[in-house]
Design a protein around this ligand. Structure first.
Ligand code: FAD
Ligand code: A2P
Length: 371
């Protein structure tokens, strides 16, 4: 039999649907088997989890917490910051400005208070924070002066205990250049202002120097000059009678102030500190380093780091107690000296300061604000 080429092609094409149908049946069969196999071998939920789920479901509805989980509260989230910024500062009124120095002292250091009553929103702050001051006038380029920061020297209740003032402790910066005395812009402006003057204030800022909440914390304070400002606020909070009535913070720990000043006449807030010593001999210790009247063991100027070394054992017994916080404030230049003294003092106790310091910092127990 002879087939034409056209017949062969037509016959081939006629088989295609049959081949597709056979192929479809085979695929359907295997897919079904594969699904059945997968279902049969699905991993089972562990029994324990099933049990836990059952327990939750049987809890009475009233006892269940239907609120979405709250994010963990950030540390010091309640501490006010930047209520006033440089573009919109608050204009506070000066209520007092007086010298803190005695006859024969070196330089100028003043205690200055501003009324905050009119601030809206209210400029509130806590102990250990700073505020910014924008001095009047313009710089050499005709631009308004930039703000300078100053540690707050009052408690949140203010020196009048009415909770509407803020006080600073300011040293006038003075140095010699090319045979002439240069006066610092802002510190001179502040030391010269008079009651009734208006001053541009920003802030508050800073969370580095805050006090712990615990009433049985121990507070070691290392201050040079105006570095006493935040310490004055802490000590008032701890020991000043009316302030204590207001704050209801019954400090039961030990506070130890190391204070560095060039001369006795430069010691700041001395009468208050002596009063606290008399009233709280078991809670307050005060160690002075009067650099130009006292000598260290090497015959040099007596600095607070020399006093730290003298008290190494007692100090490190305190530091080993996890309730102890250390605050360092004042001249930036003292940091290497303090570090060196702490290294030596730690060695005497068999401790390694370069390891210990970061641990204290991490634990929020080492607080530094130098300038
Ligand atoms: P400026 O006119 O700004 O002059 C300062 C500049 O003068 C320096 O930047 C430097 O360039 C130059 N200068 C300074 N000394 C010399 C020198 N010996 N030789 C040559 N050039 C020199 N100060 C306080 O009095 N009390 C406080 O409680 C206080 N708290 C502070 C808290 C913080 C967090 C900070 C950062 C600083 C604090 N200060 C405090 C310092 C304060 O902010 C000012 O820096 C200080 O008052 C000087 O400002 P000024 O405008 O008077 O000086
Ligand atoms: P001195 O100036 O005699 O060298 P004030 O701010 O009132 O001047 O006080 C600062 C105190 O800190 C002064 O007694 C000053 O001493 C002292 N001081 C200066 N440099 C250091 C330093 N590197 N370490 C510790 N104390 C210092």
């Amino acid at each position: 039999m002879v087939y034409s080429q056209a017949k062969v092609i037509a016959g081939g094409l006629a088989h295609i649907p049959i081949v597709i149908a056979v192929f479809y049946f085979i695929m359907t069969f295997f897919n079904k088997r594969a699904l059945e196999f997968a279902e049969a071998n699905k991993p089972k939920k562990p029994e324990a989890k099933k049990e836990a789920k059952t327990k939750v479901e049987t809890k009475p509805v009233a006892a269940m917490n239907t609120e979405p989980p709250k994010p963990a509260k950030k540390k010091h989230a309640d501490v006010p910051v930047n209520i006033y910024r440089p573009k919109t500062p608050f204009e506070g009124t000066v209520t007092g400005n007086y010298s803190l120095l005695k006859e024969g002292a070196i330089g100028r250091v003043n205690h200055i208070t501003f009324d905050l009553k009119e601030s809206d929103p209210f400029l509130n702050y806590v102990e250990g924070q700073s505020i910014g001051i924008m001095p009047a006038g313009e710089d050499a380029n005709g631009k308004p002066h930039k703000l300078r920061l100053y540690s707050i020297a009052s408690t949140r209740h203010g020196d009048n205990f009415e909770g509407n003032t803020v006080s600073l402790c300011v040293r006038q910066l003075q140095y010699e250049k090319d045979g002439e005395t240069v006066n610092g812009v802002c510190s001179t402006y502040l030391c010269d202002i008079k009651p009734g003057d208006k001053v541009k204030i920003t802030g508050p800022v800073g969370k580095e120097m805050l006090l712990p909440d615990e009433e049985d914390a121990n507070i070691v304070m290392l201050a040079t000059g105006t570095g006493i400002a935040p310490m004055r606020a802490y000590l008032r909070r701890m020991f000043e009678a009316t302030e204590k009535e207001k704050n209801k913070w019954n400090f039961k720990g030990k506070a130890w102030l190391f204070m560095g000043a060039p001369k006795s006449a430069n010691l700041l807030y001395e009468e208050d500190l002596q009063r606290y010593l008399e009233s709280y001999p078991d809670n307050f210790k005060y160690t002075k380093a009067i650099s130009r009247e006292q000598q260290n063991a090497k015959g040099g100027r007596m600095y607070i780091q020399d006093r730290v070394l003298e008290s190494a054992n007692e100090l490190f017994n305190m530091i080993e107690d996890e309730k102890t916080h250390i605050y360092l404030c004042g001249l930036k230049g003292m940091e290497p000296g303090i570090d060196e003294a702490m290294t030596k003092a730690a060695e005497e106790k068999g401790l390694n300061w370069s390891e210990l310091r970061p641990q204290l910092k991490k634990a929020g127990r080492w607080h530094v604000e130098t300038y």
